[in-house]
Design a protein around this ligand. Structure first.
Ligand code: SF4
Length: 333
């Protein structure tokens, strides 16, 4: 089976219908024990120190794993992807562009996905058949999410990990479905674990996965992972077709649309506070201004760079934030 890398979530249904095995290069990078090696590959090839670690990691992972074909999202994701794909092209990698139109009009999303289908020579019927198959697995993802914020049986890290993996179904749809079934069975047998503070995580997935474990020291736990949940398409079953599904995906479009969904989840999950993660040298850090202004809930912005563990200063800031939330909760009951 041919393998294709993706730089972020794309209509994977099209690629699977075309017979590809799909690998999310972000996941390949961050789950590797040698993640620093991937960053080093990029820096040796000339990527500046002052560029985002994810971009460098994606590049390194692509070269290290000899990926020959990549879908680059040129609009709606990262302002650096355009330059990244130019370098990948120079290295002989075949690039297929995809765009989430900034107009966020259904007809434009439809036209973009239709172009994508033409590129890979697949029909709408073939794509919809794959979508039906994937939606069964997405339903399992929703169960796992509900077991996090309702049943309190799933940890914040597990919630993050399994939903994140749904951007590429870990490169093997059947195997991933099986794993998810087994996990859900194991979860059923667990006792609920309650934390005093219910946290939300928003922003790009963290480089620092230890964040989830760290907050538990302060009687807190994450019950919402914003972007990871979007990767798992929790509203896909309500979409009439693939066009609507990717129209209703918040991450690539404007912040107002994204914030509407976040606000809904803040209420539904009774969150006490939010940690907004941003990556050093990422344009999305500027969004923090609008996020803090709009959300009616305490928000702490933390920033990660190349390290895959929290640094001492960030730990201290998180501790102070959680202390403040705990005090507030005690006072307000
Ligand atoms: S963190 Fe920001 S700069 Fe880095 S890849 Fe993601 S969107 Fe691009």
């Amino acid at each position: 089976m041919k393998t294709i890398g993706i730089t972020t979530t794309v209509p994977i249904e099209v690629l699977l219908a075309a017979g590809y095995s799909v690998i999310d290069l972000n996941n390949l990078f961050i789950t590797s024990k040698a993640h620093m090696e991937y960053i080093d590959i990029a820096e040796r090839d000339g990527f500046p120190k002052s560029s985002c670690a994810w971009i460098k990691g994606i590049y390194g992972a692509c070269l290290k794993h000899a990926i020959q074909e990549v879908v680059g999202v040129m609009e709606g994701d990262c302002s650096n992807t355009g330059c990244l794909v130019e370098v990948l092209k120079m290295r002989g990698i075949k690039i297929y562009p995809f765009s989430y139109p900034c107009s966020h009009k259904l007809q434009d999303v439809k036209a973009s996905i239709q172009r994508f289908m033409q590129t890979f020579d697949v029909t709408l019927a073939e794509v919809e058949k794959v979508r039906t198959r994937l939606n069964k697995i997405r339903k399992l993802g929703k169960r796992l999410d509900k077991s996090t914020y309702i049943d309190k049986k799933v940890t914040g890290f597990e919630n993050h990990l399994y939903q994140l993996c749904m951007s590429d179904f870990n490169g093997d749809v059947d195997k991933f479905e099986c794993e998810l079934h087994t996990k859900l069975l194991e979860i059923q047998g667990r006792q609920p674990v309650s934390s005093k503070l219910r946290l939300g995580y928003i922003g790009v997935p963290p480089m620092t996965g230890d964040l989830y474990e760290y907050v538990t020291k302060f009687n807190a736990g994450f019950v919402y992972n914003e972007v990871q949940r979007e990767f798992a398409f929790p509203r896909a079953d309500k979409a009439l077709n693939i066009y609507q599904q990717y129209y209703d995906y918040t991450y690539p479009y404007d912040l107002t649309f994204r914030l509407e969904q976040i606000q809904k989840q803040v209420k539904q999950r009774s969150l006490d506070g939010i940690i907004h993660y941003t990556q050093a040298f990422c344009h999305r850090a500027i969004e923090d201004i609008v996020i803090k202004q709009t959300l009616n809930i305490p928000v702490l912005n933390i920033e990660g760079d190349k390290l895959n563990v929290l640094d001492s200063r960030t730990k201290l800031r998180i501790e102070a934030f959680l202390d403040m939330l705990l005090d507030y909760k005690e006072v307000t009951g």
